[in-house]
Design a protein around this ligand. Structure first.
Ligand code: R5P
Length: 297
């Protein structure tokens, strides 16, 4: 069974569909004080795949704890988590004494609940492998790069792909390699949650079409500053592509006002900007790497 939640229903059902697997859903009720009351469907399988993308994560993490412990008590032997967006991966270093390295704590928490943790383009910056952050038996990091490359490859203007900071090079270069477009990476200094300063890369920009690419857009501050700096350099057209569209508050409206032509994202988080769909690569991983398909509908 693929066990989803209302907020990830469409993506979880798409994966179940590709696998011809049963889909079941956890009922979620929030009490007025913020606690969750969860209701499980009938469980008959020994291997359950829990599907939930972990944007706005705090309630969801408690709910994963409640679900996984209850499934174990009901005799489920193998629990896999598919979290296309994995939360808390950016807090990977203590910059000041006392700061908690959340990546390590949350990674271990998930590893204790699930044998398998499957995600897409996790924000691995100061470490290179998912198992360093999520020490589960079977941590799997997939890449959306081939899907983004396929989405871009027919563009006749062969745009220059630009990552807004050094961390983004891994994603931008993978997409550029796969579709044969040029790429460059800008330099970002973060000054606060909503303040960054970006220095454009030292490449020819005047008259170019550019696609800005990053793993996460949250407040949009990074992209908006990159757009402003690129426009000063005489760039002709700027589009934005992002794997994980968190887009908090009015980030999309602000991006549009900054002069971005098209905004596209993967459906790691359901959003109006989704143009790339992850179900095929998630289902293939469940089938091949996790040997999942013993319970066809
Ligand atoms: C961090 O390094 C990420 O890759 C993104 O650049 C960052 O999370 C974007 O945040 P915001 O949209 O708030 O600038």
């Amino acid at each position: 069974m693929i066990l989803g939640f209302p907020d990830s229903r469409r993506q979880a059902m798409a994966v179940a569909d590709v696998l011809s697997a049963r889909y079941g859903e956890v009922g979620v009720h929030r009490f007025p004080d913020g606690e969750s009351k969860l209701t499980l469907p009938e469980i008959k399988d020994e291997h359950i795949v829990v599907f939930r993308s972990l944007s706005n994560p705090n309630d969801k993490l408690v709910e994963l704890l409640l679900v996984s412990r209850t499934l174990r008590n009901q005799g489920v032997r193998r629990l896999s988590l598919v979290a296309p967006y994995l939360c808390y991966m950016r807090q990977d270093f203590a910059f000041r004494p006392g700061e908690i390295v959340s990546q390590k704590v949350i990674g271990k928490f998930l590893a204790e609940l699930f044998e398998d943790v499957v995600t897409v383009d996790p924000h691995l910056h100061r470490i290179s492998r998912l198992e360093e952050a999520v020490p589960a038996k079977n941590p799997i990091a997939l890449s959306a790069a081939p899907l983004f490359a396929r989405y871009l490859e027919d563009r006749p203007d062969k745009p220059l792909l630009i990552g807004p900071d050094t961390e983004s090079e891994q994603w931008v270069s993978a997409i550029a390699d796969a579709c044969g477009f040029p790429f460059a990476v800008a330099f970002k200094q973060r000054l606060g949650d909503r303040a960054v300063s970006i220095k454009t890369p030292d490449v020819h920009l005047r008259g170019q079409s550019v696609v800005l690419i990053d793993d996460v857009v949250s407040t949009g501050t990074t992209m908006i500053d990159a757009v402003a700096k690129l426009r000063v350099q005489g760039v002709k057209r700027i589009d934005v592509l992002v794997t994980h569209p968190l887009f908090v508050e009015d980030a999309v409206a602000k991006l549009r006002r900054s002069g971005v032509s098209e905004i596209g994202s993967s459906d790691s988080i359901p959003h109006a900007t989704n143009v790339v769909y992850l179900a095929p690569i998630l289902a293939e991983t469940l089938r091949n790497a996790l040997d999942y398909n013993r319970n066809p509908r």
